[in-house]
Design a protein around this ligand. Structure first.
Ligand code: AGP
Length: 618
């Protein structure tokens, strides 16, 4: 939540800050601002609204300068307005700070500082940092930042400039991400790599508790005890086009269409000579053999991937699995110990609840394995082992390709575990063969939806009309069974987060225990009825819904008998595959349906209201 950037070099900083912030806008977009050092002056410009508002304002009256910091906000303390927008300054307007995170003891610090004569102007927790640095300032910005951050409780990534120290930017982090971009005669700070990738591929991931002191030519890192640290930059292998829309109307659509490639790469990289290979996994097969149970912990979409993982692990690796929301796990008294493998799943690798759950699990002696997309993220670094999904940057707030990548990794991990535990290798080989066909099948499926006038887009516009005709009174139910039940939850989540339509997912068998009371002509019910052991049960559910006047969108396997009967309102075919791999195909029309509904309503698909891509606060 919130994106921060800092720059020092020779270029026009305003342009660099705005372009960097545009790549961080996925982290928050309710206001934005910059602070620029201009000939011994500290110039601040901040605006409520999306970055475009600030950009327009700067176009009208640009600020010159070659050093500065910028921020795009997702409000935690204080409503989104110009005053609460970052950067925040100290009482003399000498120091400007941008902050991502939450300062938990800000009220206590604020009272102390107010007593000492500091005047506050915003309702934010962040402003306290600017005054605190001013209070600690004795002529050296880096020393002041180190002294001030020691007094902060909570999470932060900050970038700071001082009017009297031109060409210097200082950063610090604890539990919120911050990277340094190392350029030629210029250096950067940012919450995430895409913000600097246009200028450099060399990055340093700052560790928790570190402070960094940047000038155009130097980068000095200190650990929490003030010791200088030597760090080699990592060279990023992907390029900026991966963080751009490349002709697609939205990042979400682009990311949906990237899924075949993402899956192909995962299978190519991980399946070698009929075996699954996880080179970077630091947990040995012998250790895996000793595991008595698995606990999967994650949030949102990653949690749904974890739920699917439960079906796989239990069926094919014969290990009991519990799945928990990170935010619940961390505050329970979870039963994990040295015989438990805790798998944390996170696209960003920075989700605060998942990070806290990981720490909780480690404290209790469990081995923690992360499935992560973002290289060098906090969750990846703090886990005992990590499997990267290598899905490339996911920019849209609604997660799509990260989900299928997580599923793919979970499939492979299931069979890796099964073989570590000496379970039927032959069955595994057949399964791997089926998996390897999936990228091509997803590609074929997506090809059907390339044209704008495609069937799913039509269903979505039908829904839009229906909704308006009923005075905005309709909603969605998603039903699935067995390994496709988590997909029902995922389909509902996708729809509600980008189109604000009420949508719930249920295991279809639960309908008769309550949700069927909702059925009249209002809800649209998406039924996942692909080939499966429970196919006939799903058909009965569909009959029950139709008998009560419900409107059904059925997702079926190619050539399904429901197609011939022509009794359904809407029908979507996916390639016929064994049930176990079907979630990878079923989720695609679910994602697209959500996308097209949001498009029909004219919503901001990549930046839905109230959300942010990576939730680095509780
Ligand atoms: C998914 O579309 C969401 N935006 C959200 O639920 C997300 O999956 C969740 O916040 C977890 O994020 P992570 O994978 O980065 O940990």
């Amino acid at each position: 939540m919130c994106g921060i950037i800092g720059y020092t070099g020779k270029k026009n900083v305003e342009e660099i800050l705005i372009s960097g912030l545009s790549r961080l806008e996925y982290r928050g977009y309710d206001s934005a601002g910059v602070a620029i050092l201009d000939n011994g002056e500290l110039r601040i410009r901040k605006k409520q609204g999306k970055l475009a508002v600030l950009r327009e304002d700067l176009k009208k009256s640009p600020i010159k300068g070659t050093t500065g910091v910028g921020h795009t906000r997702w409000a935690t303390h204080g409503v989104p307005n110009d005053t609460n927008a970052h950067p925040h300054v100290d009482h003399k307007t000498q120091i400007a700070v941008v902050h991502n995170g939450i300062i938990e003891n800000y009220q206590e610090l604020k009272k102390k500082l107010q007593k000492a004569g500091y005047e506050f102007s915003s309702d934010t927790d962040s402003e306290v940092i600017a005054h605190l640095i001013a209070e600690c300032y004795k002529g050296d910005l880096c020393a002041a930042v180190r002294a001030a951050t020691k007094q902060l409780k909570g999470s932060f990534a900050i970038a700071v400039v001082h009017k009297g120290e031109s060409g210097r930017v200082v950063g610090a982090r604890r539990d919120s991400p911050l990277i340094v971009g190392i350029g030629e005669g210029e250096n950067f700070l940012a919450s995430d790599i895409p913000a600097v990738l246009e200028y450099t591929k060399k990055v340093i991931y700052l560790d928790n508790g570190e402070t960094v002191d940047l000038t155009d030519k130097t980068c000095v890192i200190y650990n929490g005890k003030g010791k200088r640290m030597k760090r080699k930059p990592t060279v990023i292998k992907w390029d900026i086009s991966q963080a751009e829309k490349t002709g697609y109307k939205h990042f979400m659509l682009k990311e949906i269409f990237e899924q075949p490639e993402v899956l192909r790469n995962i299978f190519k990289e991980r399946i070698k000579k009929g075996r699954v290979n996880f080179e970077e996994l630091k947990i040995s097969k012998a250790q895996l053999k000793k595991i008595k149970r698995i606990v999967i912990v994650a949030c949102g979409t990653a949690y749904h991937a974890g739920m699917t993982g439960k079906y796989m692990f239990e069926k094919y690796a014969r290990i009991p699995v519990w799945v928990d929301n990170s935010s619940e796990f961390r505050y329970r008294d979870p039963l994990v110990d040295k015989n438990t493998l805790v798998i944390v799943i996170s696209q960003s690798g920075e989700t605060a609840d998942t990070l806290a759950a990981l720490r909780e699990a480690k404290e209790r002696g469990a081995k923690v394995l992360a499935i992560c997309n973002v290289l060098g993220s906090s969750i990846a670094r703090e886990s005992d082992g990590v499997i990267y999904t290598h899905a490339g940057p996911e920019i849209a707030v609604a997660s799509t390709k990260a989900y299928t990548a997580q599923l793919a990794v979970l499939y492979l991990l299931t069979f890796y575990m099964a073989s570590a535990r000496g379970l039927k290798a032959a069955r595994n080989k057949q399964f791997l063969k089926e998996l390897k066909k999936v990228p091509h099948l997803t590609e074929k499926l997506l090809d059907e939806y390339r044209s704008r006038g495609n069937r799913l887009a039509k269903y979505a516009t039908d829904f839009h009309e229906y909704y308006l005709a009923r005075n905005n009174k309709s909603c969605f139910l998603y039903l699935g069974r067995n390994i496709n039940y988590p997909n029902a939850l995922e389909g509902a989540l996708k729809l509600k987060e980008i189109s604000y339509i009420s949508a719930e997912g249920y295991p279809a068998g639960e309908m008769k225990h309550g949700p069927i009371a909702l059925i009249d002509e209002n809800p649209w019910v998406v039924c996942i009825a692909v080939e499966a052991d429970t196919y006939d049960k799903m058909l009965s559910n569909i009959q029950e819904i139709k008998a009560r006047g419900g409107l059904v969108i059925a997702i079926v396997s190619q050539g399904d008998k429901l197609l011939k009967k022509g009794k359904l309102d809407y029908i979507i075919e996916v390639p016929r595959v064994p049930e176990v791999v079907s979630p990878l195909l079923v989720v695609i029309p679910l994602q697209l349906l959500a996308y097209y509904v949001a498009e029909a309503f004219g919503y901001d698909i990549d930046q839905p209201r109230n959300l942010a891509k990576s939730v680095t606060v509780e």
